[in-house]
Design a protein around this ligand. Structure first.
Ligand SMILES: CC(C)(COP(=O)(O)OP(=O)(O)OC[C@H]1O[C@@H](n2cnc3c(N)ncnc32)[C@H](O)[C@@H]1OP(=O)(O)O)[C@@H](O)C(=O)NCCC(=O)NCCS
Length: 186
């Protein structure tokens, strides 16, 4: 039987950023964000970033988004390689969606490499649809980006996919997010 992981989810803090960069470099290769980019994001009023810790308190995943009026843009979602396929990516996406519900953000968008099957599958599982490509968006290999969007997340269709997934997720991973209202800290 699959072991159920227990993790803690918290708003990202400056102290997390060194470990975030380590995971970021493995996840995004040459295209990864710098330490300064993350530090400046933590002071950005429009940004929401979260870190995930294992039971030993080690940072094992993170995510972030910008919320601008009715739209959120997912900037990063990454899981440390040894923790992949343990439902943490899903937990991170749920966290971003919950943050959008809390702040009345209606639409969520992101760009993803056309070759990134794991990420595309994750987003499709939650009802994201591809609405075109940005040609040569990734400068390291000139790869195209798929532009993905949700419909209005308050519509029943999106909510029912979300709720089905979340009900199943609750049996696959244990998480403590302090409270249901995660707030950004500087
Ligand atoms: C994409 C990523 C965040 C997924 O995280 P994860 O914790 O491994 O994924 P989960 O275990 O939560 O899987 C959730 C869903 O994602 C999809 N998925 C994840 N890994 C997959 C894989 N290797 N192949 C196919 N689908 C996959 C599946 O739909 C899965 O649902 P299922 O368990 O019902 O099959 C992780 O692979 C990662 O960190 N990649 C590097 C960084 C990155 O590419 N980020 C996205 C940039 S846009």
């Amino acid at each position: 039987m699959e072991e159920i992981l227990t993790v803690k989810l918290k708003p990202m803090e400056k102290i997390d950023v060194d470990k975030v960069i380590e995971i970021e470099a493995k996840a995004y290769g040459n295209h990864h964000w710098s330490k300064d980019s993350f530090l400046s994001e933590l002071s950005n009023e429009l940004a929401r970033y979260f870190s995930v810790f294992n039971k030993n308190g080690e940072l094992i995943a993170y995510c972030g988004c910008w919320q601008i009026l009715e739209e959120a843009h997912v900037t990063n979602i990454a899981v440390s390689p040894e923790y992949k396929r343990k439902h943490i990516g899903e937990l991170l996406l749920k966290t971003i969606i919950d943050e959008c519900y809390k702040n009345m953000v209606k639409f969520i968008t992101l760009e993803v490499r056309t070759s990134n099957t794991p990420a595309i599958s994750l987003y499709e599982k939650y009802g994201f649809k591809s609405l075109g490509t940005r040609k040569g968006y990734y400068q390291d290999n000139n790869e195209d980006a798929l532009i993905m969007w949700t419909e209005n997340i308050f519509y029943d269709k999106f909510k029912s996919i979300y709720e089905n997934n979340i009900n199943l997720l609750d049996g696959k991973i244990r998480y403590d997010n302090g409270s249901q209202t995660c707030k950004k800290t500087n």
